[in-house]
Design a protein around this ligand. Sequence first.
Ligand SMILES: [Fe+2]
Ligand SMILES: [Fe+2]
Length: 153
Amino acid sequence: MEKGKLIYKLREFHILEVYQVDFYNSQIKSLEEPHIRKAFERFVIREKEHVNYFSQKLKELGSSPLKVFPPAFAAAGFVTGKALDLLSLKERYKLGISFENKAVEMYLSFIEMSAKNPELAELNDRLWYFLIDEEEHQFWFKEQLSKIETSKV
Ligand SMILES: [Fe+2]
Ligand SMILES: [Fe+2]
């Protein structure tokens, strides 16, 4: 993979992960149920690990993360800040699922791209691990959502 393209991808993933940290972090204070709050706290720890990895990679390549939120993310429905305070638990789970779906989709494509380059083997391994973290988040939200939905029947 050409260096410029690699930097572009790493920056894109760095932003995706910063977004995920903010998304979960901004909701913690309004979550009362300890099990759910602890889950979000745990997600934040994982997402920070992802952020740190991508910023470290960019540093190794003599580059740095972008500070600007790309328009493509806003178009995908990524909301921030105040808008999140107004969400019900069910809506939070649904949003969580849609963001994690997006993350999983992005990881799968980067995994495929990097698999063709033997010199990116370490990155490729990491992408697989992070993909599995995102899938765990996705499954957790789906499970919680189905609990809410079945309890109302
Ligand atoms: Fe992540
Ligand atoms: Fe995640």
